[in-house]
Every structure is written in structure tokens, then in C-alpha cells.
Design a protein around this ligand. Structure first.
Ligand SMILES: CCCCCCCC/C=C\CC(=O)SCCNC(=O)CCNC(=O)[C@H](O)C(C)(C)COP(=O)(O)OP(=O)(O)OC[C@H]1O[C@@H](n2cnc3c(N)ncnc32)[C@H](O)[C@@H]1OP(=O)(O)O
Length: 278
């Protein structure tokens, strides 16, 4: 069950009625500000499987319906924000599950990137691949020191699809996007700040959330309708490009993952992650 701490005094933020989302995503809404802290909660690394993606998508949909004031995306892990798509779901995949995974990721991106309220990522640790996409889909990113962030897909042998590139282009210069994507580069916190991949550094998780709250507070005098219409103008093109080509995008993903050389790499990659501890 999702835990809600709903405010009673902000008239535009109604109490949630849905209780169907699982513990995969926890939600707390600040009674005073109406800002929701949404916590990814799939240990050990918040790997994104279909259930986790759908859970987060539903939460964002509920926040949208309830006209909350802003979102802070965080993680229950001590040092990992999100390690991206669950690699065990894309190695030797069940084909139907693979399609569901990508479709759920597309749906989540459309909701998060297009959210009509301010969105922030409180990066209390690593944000790799799909984890970086979640961060890039928000309006603002605050990260703790000694963490890493980036899109390493080319290292995995797959190429980021148009909407993922658009999310990065929305944040970085064209030159930085080229370097980041073509090299499949993962940036340390300081480097990420230098190129603008994150907006601020915070000392710890609490401070990431505080800084995200401060960012959202800057919008308190902005009319919600003007905010959402302006955001739609800025981001709508990338979203409609995906919505008009969802099937093609899905097929590209499925073909990429099923490529024997990608599967071979994934096998070695998963082994290397496991053998780190030995
Ligand atoms: C259209 C064509 C395709 C377009 C694709 C582009 C789209 C891009 C979007 C998504 C793609 C992806 O997201 S693919 C996922 C890629 N993710 C990664 O490469 C991250 C891999 N993980 C790490 O680098 C590290 O785990 C970490 C830095 C995140 C944390 O390191 P730490 O040392 O703290 O932890 P461990 O490495 O020991 O991990 C603990 C535990 O978790 C397992 N693990 C890690 N990552 C994943 C994952 N993504 N999915 C599933 N499982 C994962 C790891 O193997 C360990 O397991 P064990 O405890 O069993 O050993």
C-alpha cells in the first residue's frame, strides 16, 4: 500500500482515493506545501521492471489528477537513485514481457516529461541509464557527491532512442550530448555539474530534498495553467513524436535487445556486476 500524508488545507490538492499502488513507490505529500516526495523502493538498486515502472506512472497520474504542487523523485536506497531498467528482464527475455517493459517505460516518460507541475530529482546516489532518463525527465536535478550519472547504452551495445536523446538535449548543449551519448559516458557528480547534467550538489539525501523543495517554491507565484501550457509548448514536440511512433520505437527496442551481440554483452555485463563482490 502506498502511504499518503495528504494535506487538508490546500484546496486544489484533493485526498487520494486510490490505494492500489504497491510499496514499489512510496508517496508523501507535505501538508503545508502540497509537494509530493515520491520514493522509488525496489531494493537493491531500484531496477525498473514492469511493476516498478507502472507503479511510478500511476503515482504521477494520481498527482496530476490531484493537482499537487510539485514532485520530488527520490530513492529508498542509501547510495543508489536508480540503476536503470532491470537487466534481468532484458537478458534472455520473455518477448511479451520485453514489449511490456518498453511500453511501460514509454508511458512513464510521457507522464513524467510532460507533467503539468514542477518535477525534480533528488539524486541520493547513482542514476544510470534508465535512472538517468528519469532524472532528465524532471525539471531540476540535485545530486550527492561521489555518485555517477549518465546514459551508458552505447557501452551496452544499444543506441538511445529519439525521446531519450530529446530529454538529454533539453538539458545539455548539443556538443555535450554528442560526447555523452557517443561515448556512453558516465559522469561523476562534479563532472555532471560542470556540463549541466545536474543543477546542484547537496551534502546528503535530506539536503537534496531541501534543495528540490526550494526549487519548486520558486514557482509558487506562477499560474499553474501558464506553467503547464508553457511546458507543453517546450516539450510537446518530443512527446508527440513518440506518441505518433510508439510501435516503431518499440520494435527498434525489441530488435536491439534481441540482437545476439547485445545478448552476449549483457551476459558478460551481468556476470561482471555479480563478480564485483568476489
Ligand atoms: C531503442 C533501443 C534501445 C534504447 C535503449 C536506450 C534506453 C536507455 C534506457 C534504459 C536502458 C537501461 O536502463 S539498461 C540498464 C543499464 N544499467 C546499468 O548499466 C547499471 C548497472 N549497475 C551498476 O552500474 C551498479 O550496480 C551501480 C553503480 C548502480 C551500483 O553499484 P553497487 O556496487 O552499489 O551495487 P552492485 O553493482 O553490487 O549491485 C547490487 C546488485 O544489483 C544488481 N544490479 C545492478 N544493476 C542492476 C540492473 N540495472 N538491473 C538488475 N540488477 C542490477 C547487481 O547485479 C547486484 O546483484 P547481486 O546482489 O545479486 O550481486
Amino acid at each position: 500500500m502506498i502511504s499518503f500524508l495528504m494535506r487538508r488545507t490546500i484546496p486544489r490538492c484533493r485526498a487520494y482515493s486510490s490505494q492500489t499502488t504497491s510499496e514499489l513507490t512510496k508517496v508523501e505529500v507535505n501538508e503545508k506545501t502540497g509537494v509530493a516526495v515520491v520514493t522509488l523502493n525496489r531494493p537493491p538498486v531500484n531496477g525498473l521492471n514492469v511493476a516498478a515502472l507502472r507503479s511510478l506512472e500511476k503515482v504521477i497520474g494520481d498527482l496530476e489528477t490531484n493537482k499537487c504542487k510539485g514532485l520530488i523523485l527520490s530513492s529508498s536506497s542509501k547510495n543508489i537513485f536508480c540503476a536503470g531498467l532491470d537487466l534481468t528482464e532484458i537478458y534472455k527475455p520473455d518477448q511479451e514481457k520485453l514489449k511490456s517493459l518498453w511500453t511501460a517505460f514509454q508511458d512513464l516518460w510521457i507522464k513524467l516529461y510532460g507533467a503539468s507541475f514542477p518535477t525534480t530529482a533528488a539524486l541520493n546516489g547513482h542514476a544510470i541509464a534508465g535512472g538517468c532518463v528519469l532524472a532528465l525527465s524532471c525539471d531540476y536535478r540535485v545530486m550527492v557527491p561521489n555518485s555517477s550519472i549518465g546514459l551508458n547504452e552505447t557501452e551496452l551495445g544499444i543506441s538511445p532512442t529519439a525521446w531519450i536523446i530529446a530529454s538529454m538535449q533539453n538539458v545539455l548543449s548539443k556538443r555535450s550530448v554528442e560526447l555523452a551519448l557517443l561515448q556512453g559516458r558516465i559522469y561523476k557528480t562534479n563532472q555532471a555539474l560542470e556540463i549541466g547534467l545536474i543543477d546542484e550538489i547537496a551534502n546528503d539525501k535530506d539536503e537534496t530534498i531541501k534543495k528540490c523543495e526550494e526549487f519548486i517554491a520558486k514557482y509558487s507565484r506562477v499560474q499553474s495553467l501558464a506553467f503547464s501550457l508553457t511546458k507543453r509548448e517546450l516539450r510537446g514536440k518530443a512527446i508527440s513524436e513518440l506518441t505518433s511512433n510508439r510501435q516503431g520505437d518499440l520494435q527498434f527496442f525489441v530488435d536491439s535487445i534481441n540482437n545476439p551481440s547485445v545478448q552476449k554483452f549483457l551476459e558478460k555485463y551481468l556476470q561482471s556486476l555479480k563478480s564485483k563482490k568476489n
